[in-house]
Design a protein around this ligand. Sequence first.
Ligand code: ADP
Ligand code: ADP
Ligand code: MG
Length: 448
Amino acid sequence: MFKKILIANRGEIAVRIIRACNEMGIQTVAVYSEIDKDALHTQMAGEAICIGPAKSKDSYLNMQNILSATVLTGAEAIHPGYGFLSENSKFTQMCEECNIKYIGPNSQNIDNMGNKLKAREMMINAGVPVVPGSDGAIDSEAIAISSAQRIGYPVMIKASAGGGGRGIRVVRKEEDLISAYNTAKSESKTAFGDDTMYMEKFIEEPRHIEFQILADEHGNVIHLGERDCSVQRRNQKVIEEAPGAVMTEELRKQMGEVAVKAARSINYKSAGTIEFLLDKYGKYYFMEMNTRIQVEHPITEMITGVDLIKAQIRIASGEALPYKQEDIKIQGHAIECRINAENPNRNFMPCPGEIKSIHIPGGYGVRIDSAAYQGYKIPPTYDSMIGKLIVHGIDREEALCKMRSALGEFIIEGVDTNIDFQFKIVNNENFIKGNFDTSFISKEFQDL
Ligand code: ADP
Ligand code: ADP
Ligand code: MG
């Protein structure tokens, strides 16, 4: 097992990884930007190294500085968290070359799945159902028009390098196609430095159902059930739950087997997620694979009892998975609300600033993963997510009651948050009934 791990991230996920290392008796190194000098991850780690100015590109995306910090502190492995360098095959390759263990899949896995077009192609070859779409890249307006005609409206234009819900546009009629294509393309260029676009059939009112995979270096691949992440705003997840309210034992078995097949077909190693769209008729389609830990991983931990961060670390150190598929049992129901420093009444505008006071909910089955504390100044530079509230109940109904109670207790003063908005969602009649899909927020909260 590793003696020392460097965490190439910030915020709640860096704190989450430091905690796992502490529990495993592994020393930790935090890296931080100048503006994160007083951040929780900087304070909690055994050692902390400044890697540059606030801007991500100068610090958390600065591969040279992160690798130097690793060598300097004698850390043997790097955990990338999510976002930042977590899906950057060049960084993974540099780690491989420097003899530093990257806690995640190899650079080839990241390369193949990070390019969504290539991922589609590989999944088709592996016999995994994908959303009907364009054969390859859409690199001209003319190809966009002919592809949309062949696929049939409505269509979705997507960035091959995309992530975090960006670079995506729905087009319902031909006259809107060209402007949508060009804006998505330029958005992708700005966000990802790549403007390769492709097109998919727009699936109406689907559920976003994703499967958690664990794969070790000895050929064992298992899934840990699904998460329903259909409550989204602008293609970004807001609430996640596990298991999915519409899933049956039979569908879980089928989709789980397809997810395992998908991971096996690319010789995947580490934790990963296969995202599917499940349509109204019960048909499911591969959408993308995330080759990293996900924001919403705690809900899977709560219902399976498997610590996914520890599992990632153990897999990277060469250990075999200690459980088989049949050992994974789903217990109860878990829900996660993402807590963001933003103002829902001002078009969810991020609201950085100082947390004057904070009261965190507690109790049986209530978990907070956060890097916030009283007096902490949320910088304007990064993500507006400041934490996650996760509850676990014996069934969905109990989990919902716990979430309402916990959100009611949660008080943050000094910055605006989406806590009241989350409270409205968990009290929404259709949400309570489990009657929702990815269009839920835009339909139920039109005035926002
Ligand atoms: P998850 O399924 O883990 O919620 P998200 O798509 O919400 O994944 O992304 C998690 C985090 O990673 C977010 O902070 C998001 O902004 C960031 N992110 C995701 N994909 C990319 C990418 N390709 N480039 C940069 N950041 C990304
Ligand atoms: P990202 O990498 O940004 O997470 P995804 O490909 O996972 O991009 O898509 C993000 C979200 O957009 C999905 O969770 C889903 O709600 C919606 N979406 C993506 N593709 C389609 C599609 N073909 N039809 C309908 N909705 C889609
Ligand atoms: Mg996705």
